[in-house]
Ligand binder design. Structure first.
Ligand SMILES: Cc1ncc(COP(=O)(O)O)c(C=O)c1O
Length: 426
């Protein structure tokens, strides 16, 4: 049924040809009763239907369904602002709510442009910050015109890839230094005047880009560049935030304090909520945001309740530590696969954001990775492919994953690798 429905109604097919019915933390069940371990997880740190999130949202929906924060706040809205402020690695942070990660990234960029009075944003190949932009461009009201994006205002640099450095460096550290050198010499030396650079937007770990986790010196270098040029450092934690990497925020692995942090996905137990935290001294007043809300649904009552429940659950169940520990177990198993299977070239990542790189005949193999994804699916594990060559299997379970579930996932991956390797060798 799905084969026919998608091209007719939605055009683009889904990642998995099933109808999802329910879920609990790292597990999901389909309409036809199949159970999967969800390692494709994106929208929530806690996984599906965490009891704390469910009960708060159930209670909340009887009280308010959607009185916009643009008009007046409610208690949980204020409380979450205080909580986020205490959690983000930005001193004396101010908070603005959004609804999606795309919006929050967009707003972070607008804020950097507004606060600096500059236009250019540097980002990285392989980055994913979202889909918005044109809506604002088509809204030429006073003020908005100043921040509306035009493509000429974006410049790009490679993102450090420890395994396959685009700048041909031999190791992780050298690749970071090569990229920093590229930014200094090529981007700021030729493409852009340093005094036009409003900000650098960067992920602490690129997930869509292929599970790339650069060395800390890269982020320290970016901090130095922003300080010397007067630009702002924007860290996109939409994927890495809320415990996924074994710290509350991925950038905490690198000991660097950003000016602006973008949050989304994991923040609200699966409900749509996003936020931007920014240095309080950046702007006196941000005209785009009313009462801390960037848009009608921003800081939605139910999302805020779910976010407060998420923070409570993470603290009470020590889920940040759990992400790190389960990640170590996962990585140990994946490293064994690298040594045992010729088609697995690399295992990388940290905490609950990991991946394996699939090769064939010495090079990246999109075909084999896609076959592996399908076999994993048949064997009960949801995972998708990412990366420049689409040959990295992204393994991102929720941070509620148990040791037994990691073991189960590793045995599914092993069984699937056996199957795919046998087929490839035929
Ligand atoms: C790092 C990062 N930033 C931004 C986004 C966009 O978030 P959303 O899909 O909620 O708009 C994503 C989504 O995958 C992401 O991974």
């Amino acid at each position: 049924m799905l084969d026919d429905f998608y091209p007719r109604v939605f055009r683009c097919p889904p990642s998995f040809p099933v109808i999802v019915e329910r879920g609990f933390k790292a597990e999901v069940w389909t309409r036809d009763g199949r159970r999967f371990l969800d390692f494709s997880g994106a929208a929530t740190s806690l996984g599906q239907a965490h009891p704390k999130v469910v009960s708060r949202v159930k209670e909340g929906v009887e009280k308010l369904t959607g009185f916009s924060g643009l008009l007046a706040p409610n208690e949980p809205f204020l409380k979450l602002g205080e909580e986020l402020r205490s959690l983000v690695p930005v001193e004396n942070a101010s908070i603005a709510y959004a609804t999606t990660g795309s919006e929050a990234s967009d707003f972070a960029i607008q804020l950097a442009k507004f606060a600096t009075g500059r236009q250019v944003i540097l980002s990285f190949y392989g980055a994913y910050h979202g889909l918005t932009g044109y809506a604002l461009q088509s809204s030429p009201t006073e003020g908005m015109r100043r921040v509306a994006p035009r493509t000429s205002e974006a410049v790009y640099a490679p993102y450090p890839n420890c395994f396959r450095c685009l700048l041909k460096a031999d190791d992780c550290e050298e690749c970071s230094q090569a990229v920093l050198g590229f930014i200094e010499e090529e981007v700021l030396g030729r493409a852009v005047e340093p005094e036009d650079l409003a900000g650098i937007i960067v992920e602490p770990l690129q997930s869509h880009g292929g599970i790339l986790f650069p060395s800390s010196s890269f982020f320290r270098g970016l901090r130095e560049i922003t300080e010397s040029t007067g630009a702002l450092l924007i860290v996109d934690e939409v994927y890495t935030g809320f415990g996924r990497t074994g710290k509350w925020f991925g950038i905490e692995h690198h000991g660097v304090e950003p000016d602006i942090v973008v949050m989304g996905k994991g923040i609200a137990g699966g409900l749509p909520l996003a936020a931007v935290a920014f240095r309080g001294d950046l702007v006196e007043e941000w005209y785009l945001c009313s009462g801390g809300s960037l848009g009608t649904y921003a800081g939605h009552y139910l999302g805020v309740l779910a976010a407060l429940a998420t923070i409570e659950a993470i603290r009470e169940e020590n889920l940040v530590e759990n992400a790190l520990k389960r990640g170590e177990e996962l990585m140990k198993g994946l490293r064994e696969f690298v040594s045992r299977y010729d088609h697995v070239a690399d295992a990388r990542g940290i905490g609950c954001v990991q991946g394996i790189e699939i090769i064939e005949d010495g090079g990246p193999s999109k075909k084999l990775a896609s076959e592996l994804k399908d076999v994993l699916f048949r064997n009960g594990l949801l995972a998708i492919t990412v990366g420049r060559h689409n040959n990295v299997i992204k393994l991102t379970p929720p941070i509620t994953i148990t040791a037994e579930q990691v073991e189960e996932a590793l045995s599914i991956i092993e069984k699937s690798l056996e199957e795919v390797s046998r087929r490839a060798e035929r």
